[in-house]
Design a protein around this ligand. Structure first.
Ligand SMILES: [Zn+2]
Ligand SMILES: [Zn+2]
Ligand SMILES: [Zn+2]
Length: 382
């Protein structure tokens, strides 16, 4: 696959696909923008009233409401609300179940692609609905910090059931990285944790009970279901959106008189401190999505590109973090920035448990003789 400026190509059977530059990129250049094939907010995140469009994850609260909720201080007033991007006037809801969208386009897109199948058809909470039960069971197995949700799998199934060309829809999902049965088993287990290994089959049966599997029986066999879990576990890209952080960004770009600037900056610092006390690191609407191009980018502990969500919705932007030459592989960091700073041993432990590979990036190769020590600040070990 060749697209303006870069190319997706097979590196080897073992390494799979990779993303390669065909032209030079300067630091800060946008390499591509991409919408997800499918995305979904995390289950606990939604339950804790992190309000996002059910289709594109755009925040539905104003920055002020967001700050009030996350600090638990309902009387907070933000200055310069012209810097808030949330347009509450365009918010619409599904007339049958009350799920909210940022605009009519999102509502229509969701309904045509998957929501017709997944609509609960009632605004009252119905604990007996098979989809509600599936989600509740999942929540009991997968606590925050969340990395996946069973509802993303439900959306994948629904999107195939609703597709006019079902074979094409199935083959869209088959472009994502696939693993051997053994690998799949290990990834699915690592995703849920040892405690819940025996429950994977419970989830599978509940999903079968909730959704029509006629078009994709292969996803509902024990092996098929595990490989679906592994697919979202290894290819799912985390998405985070926040109306408050957008407001902060816009306010910071304003030209203000010196005194006012000091006041505003103080207010922002104080609000972040208050939020940290109440919600810790759970500041954003969080979810995950599947992206065709992004999923072709391999990991490096010294990546030359970064994934960003500059529109505060699920549209992803891949940006060069340093100059990239034609022919060079474009890599992203699968671990967060602070995890990338840990020792080689710590990084490899994290990568092998989440993605089952031994990293052979330049940094790891140069540290190959380092002793196998775990970094002091290593929170990934348990
Ligand atoms: Zn939307
Ligand atoms: Zn609905
Ligand atoms: Zn590495």
């Amino acid at each position: 696959m060749e697209i303006d400026g870069f190319q997706v190509r097979i590196i080897s059977e073992e390494k799979g696909k990779g993303l390669f530059a065909l032209r030079p990129y300067k630091e800060g250049d946008v390499i591509f923008e991409e919408k997800p094939i499918i995305c979904c907010q995390f289950s606990w995140n939604a339950m804790y009233r992190y309000l996002a469009c059910d289709n594109c994850m755009q925040p539905l609260e104003t920055a002020e409401e967001n700050a009030q909720r996350l600090t638990m201080k309902p009387d907070i007033i933000l200055p310069h609300m012209e810097c808030c991007e949330t347009n509450k006037e365009s918010i619409v809801e599904c007339p049958a179940c009350g799920v909210k969208y940022c605009c009519t386009e999102c509502q229509n897109e969701a309904f045509q692609r998957y929501h017709r199948t997944l609509c609960l058809q009632s605004k009252e909470k119905n604990d007996q609905h098979p989809l509600v039960q599936l989600n509740e069971t999942w929540k009991q197995m997968h606590y925050p910090p969340e990395t996946a949700t069973i509802m993303l799998l439900a959306r994948m199934v629904a999107s195939i059931n609703q597709a006019t060309d079902k074979a094409a829809a199935v083959s869209t999902y088959s472009q994502f990285c696939h693993r051997t049965v053994n690998d799949t088993q290990e990834i699915a287990h690592n995703l849920l944790g040892e405690k819940f290994v025996g429950q994977i089959d419970v989830l599978r049966q509940m999903m079968q009970n909730a959704l029509d599997s006629e078009y994709i029986p292969q996803w509902f066999t024990p092996d098929g279901f595990r490989s679906l879990l592994a697919l979202v576990g290894t290819n799912g890209q985390g998405i985070g959106t926040s109306s408050f952080s957008r407001w902060v960004k816009n306010v910071s770009a304003l030209e203000l008189p010196k005194d006012e600037r000091i006041q505003v900056d103080k207010l922002i610092d104080r609000l972040y401190d208050d939020m940290e006390e109440v919600v810790g690191s759970f500041l954003n609407n969080e979810g995950s999505g599947l992206y065709i191009l992004q999923s072709a980018a391999n990991h490096s502990c010294v990546p030359n590109a970064i994934v960003e969500f500059p529109y505060s919705n699920s549209t992803l932007v891949l940006k060069a973090t340093r100059d990239i030459h034609p022919g060079e592989e474009i890599c992203i960091g699968y671990l967060d920035e602070c995890a990338l700073e840990r020792s080689r041993h710590s990084r490899q432990k994290a990568l092998s448990s989440l993605y089952l590979f031994l990293c052979r990036c330049d940094k790891c190769l140069s540290q190959v003789d380092d002793p196998d020590v775990t970094s002091d600040d290593d929170h990934m070990s348990d």
